[in-house]
Design a binder for this molecule. Structure first.
Ligand code: HEM
Length: 703
């Protein structure tokens, strides 16, 4: 029996700033009126009530006749599409590519013909191993995929932030990916290479050693997509109008310079803000701070390829920049976020096979395999061969073909003609002049399943990478390997890896063995060819050696307390903004604090929500009383202690001393602490921040 109503008969309800209508059961309705659009079904039928299903009586069963309910739930039930089999978690943005000078001497590709030519692009950054909902700061390779909407069709440069790869032949791709993904029986670990299966595979695949050095380096924990390099990895070809071919490697260099975080920081960021990289890109682009990269080419001919130390078709090798300097040929600017994540970032379909006339493939066996895989996987993921009809995937140049029908066909040929040749009209027809001319490279040989002997050196470039790193970066590699291998339950896998590391660099192998508690070093792994020790260090491979010398694009978190010096905060803010960086205020309460002069300081974060791992440098503008109070709070002590441990520059007002003391840090310990009490000292703080981190502190902290 229905209960008696205790409701008032007044049907209007005010909730703070919102005026709504209350329904029979107390639920709230927002009603269309004035210019507000009327809610409809997908068929366009206007909806009267979106809060209640159609029932028999107030408390009776729901009727199947309720087409609005059924359509709404049916559509919801089918919202998900399969996530990418790799690179599932990603974030994209729109922008443009601008060509600096004509490259007609090398390529007939229209995009490179005219200085100043702008081509629209869509870029998607990603991690590889984790699923769509995993966290941003996994230790992992980052995808850097660029779709150029050229006047001759789409060109997809589907690269990574690492210039080499784990394997030399595409037939091994399912194996390397299976090994790094969660183990099939237990379905963990998520978004991590630190487990037996991955290291088991790697330790039995010596060709992966060069890539492993990169993945264990700071390159695999970037501070921002904006501060990463990108690489096409493979050798490609450029082909000019005279049909002459030049080999090319593609390299993206960020204008803001490279920067990574440290591992302890990455672990904490993943908890504090799992969306750290996407939020960073969103904030930068939304605030008009458009990230920019230069496209660089390493161009070479067959003679160079023949004389180079390694096979240019081997994707586990790079050409050092000191050996073949990259030439900047254009810039990529990202200046617009997608209107809808699913429509654009999720549905974008990159394919290495998408190349315009003037860009061609080499015989790299990884690239050749990728050219099949991407088309195949898009059909699975997007569900129809018509995925090119989705606006983000459609070319922006005119296009005409006779492909038709299929699921969700949005564009079908109009009229009678859907074949070719035909005698009904003018086209479309093939064009030997404008069409894609595959470079006629002479090829001959027996059909064989054979790895070229020229691919057999597995260690020399791994060693070159290691010796090109600063002492700090080498230490990070040792720590990363130690951490990852410590997660292997099977000790044999650890020892097998040490056997490889000894071939790369003896100090590296013994340092990791020591940290793992392996007392007896294994024999170095048998090498297919003896590792070389005559390759010179390549300074271009170090992040720290190639710092930006600017703090632009970075972020300072300033912790304030009641009674803080508002004038000092303002001075600091204007200096930070002048540098092209951003300041965010952290306070005990998100509502903000009252400053010493009675003004109100707005805050962006409360302390737990804005830990110092989210910032590149920190400021402490505290009254003495405020600092004393904060000294009793673990989150405030961590704010300071973490910033110190992560080698960040710390600017502080005199009042902050009680907090520094209770956090266990002595501001006299190194030059990373800068008192902020004069305008000059604010300038000194900014100047210090340009170094990004005080790496010399790291040995003292021993994180
Ligand atoms: C140099 C080696 C490689 C690089 C740089 C690379 C890069 C990428 C990137 C950046 C993506 C994400 C694209 C996006 O954002 O949508 C991706 C996805 C993918 N890659 Fe690779 N990859 C490599 C090797 C391979 C190989 C050898 C295969 C298979 C033979 C492969 C198969 C795939 C597949 C199936 C996807 C998912 C595509 C999708 O669903 O949209 N990749 N790869």
């Amino acid at each position: 029996m229905a209960k008696r109503s205790r409701q008032s008969t007044d049907r209007s309800a005010t909730i703070h700033d919102q005026k709504l209508v209350r329904g029979n059961g107390g639920e709230l309705h927002q009603i269309a009126g004035g210019d507000t659009e009327v809610l409809t079904t997908a068929q366009g039928g206007p909806v009267a009530d979106d809060q209640n299903t159609l029932k028999v009586g107030q408390r009776g069963p729901t009727l199947i006749e309720d087409f609005h309910f059924r359509e709404k739930i049916f559509h919801f039930d089918h919202e998900r599409i399969p996530e990418r089999v790799v690179h599932a978690r990603g974030y994209g943005a729109h922008g443009f590519f601008e060509t600096y000078e004509s490259l007609a001497a090398y390529t007939r590709a229209d995009i490179f013909q005219r200085a100043g030519e702008r081509t629209p692009v869509f870029v998607r950054f990603s991690t590889v191993a984790g699923s769509k909902g995993s966290f941003d700061l996994a230790r992992d390779v980052r995808g850097f995929a660029v779709k150029f909407y050229t006047k001759e069709g789409n060109w997809d440069l589907v690269g990574n932030n690492i210039p080499v790869f784990f394997i030399q032949d595409a037939i091994k791709f399912p194996d390397v990916i299976h090994s790094v993904k969660p183990e099939p029986d237990r379905a963990f670990p998520q978004a991590q290479s630190a487990h037996d299966n991955f290291w088991d595979f790697i330790s039995l695949t010596p060709e992966s050693m060069h890539m492993v050095m990169w993945v264990m380096s700071d390159r695999a924990i970037p501070r921002s997509f904006r501060f990463m390099q990108g690489f096409g990895v493979h050798t490609f070809r450029l082909v000019n109008a005279k049909n002459e071919s030049t080999f090319v490697k593609f390299i993206w260099k960020p204008k803001l310079g490279m920067q990574s975080v440290v591992w302890n920081e990455a672990v904490k960021i993943n908890g504090a803000d799992p969306d750290f990289h996407r939020r960073d890109l969103w904030n930068a682009i939304s605030s008009g701070d458009f990230p920019e990269w230069e496209l660089n080419l390493q161009l070479f001919d067959q003679d160079f390829a023949d004389s180079f130390d390694f096979d240019v078709l081997d994707p586990t090798k790079l050409i050092p920049e000191e050996v073949l300097p990259p030439v900047p040929v254009g810039r990529l600017v990202l200046d617009r976020m997608p209107d809808n994540f699913f429509a654009e970032t999720e549905q974008v379909a990159f394919m290495t096979q998408n190349v315009p006339p003037g860009i061609d493939f080499s015989n790299d066996p990884l690239l050749q395999g990728r050219n099949f895989s991407y088309l195949d996987t898009q059909l699975k993921r997007l569900g129809s061969p018509n995925f090119t009809h989705i606006p983000i995937n459609a070319p922006k140049c005119p296009f005409h073909h006779f492909q038709q029908d299929g699921h969700m066909a949005m564009r079908n040929p109009v009229g009678r003609v859907n074949y070719q040749p035909n005698s009904w009209g003018d086209g479309p027809r093939e064009s030997p002049v404008k069409g894609f001319p595959t470079f006629a490279n002479p090829e001959e040989g027996q059909k064989v399943r054979l790895r070229p002997e020229s691919f057999a050196d597995h260690y020399s470039q791994a060693r070159q990478f290691f010796i090109s790193q600063t002492a700090t970066e080498q230490r990070h590699i040792v720590m990363a390997l130690t951490f990852e291998l410590s997660k292997c339950e099977n000790p044999v896998i650890r020892e097998r890896m040490i056997a490889h590391l000894l071939n790369i660099d003896e100090t590296l192998g013994s340092a990791v063995a020591d940290k793992l508690g392996i007392t007896k070093l294994p024999k170095p792994a048998d090498a297919a060819v003896p590792p070389r020790d005559d390759l010179l260090p390549s300074p271009a491979l170090s992040i720290i050696e190639n710092g930006p010398e600017s703090f632009a694009g970075r972020k300072v978190g300033v912790l304030v307390s009641p009674g803080a010096d508002a004038a000092l905060l303002k001075r600091l803010q204007s200096a930070i903004e002048k540098e092209g960086a951003v300041m965010e205020v952290v306070a005990p309460k998100v509502g903000g604090v009252e400053a010493a002069d009675g003004s109100w300081i707005e805050a962006k974060h409360m302390i737990d929500g804005g830990p110092s791992v989210l910032f590149d440098a920190v400021g402490l503008i505290l009254s003495e009383e405020g600092a004393e109070r904060l000294a009793g709070e673990a989150a405030a002590r961590d704010f300071v202690a973490d910033a110190f441990a992560h080698c960040k520059f710390i600017g502080f007002s005199d009042g902050a001393l009680p907090l520094l003391e209770r956090a266990g840090v002595d501001p006299k310990v190194d030059e990373g602490f800068i008192g902020l009490d004069s305008p000059k000292s604010v300038a000194k703080f900014i100047e210090s921040c340009r170094r990004l981190r005080l790496w010399s502190r790291e040995m003292a902290v021993q994180l």
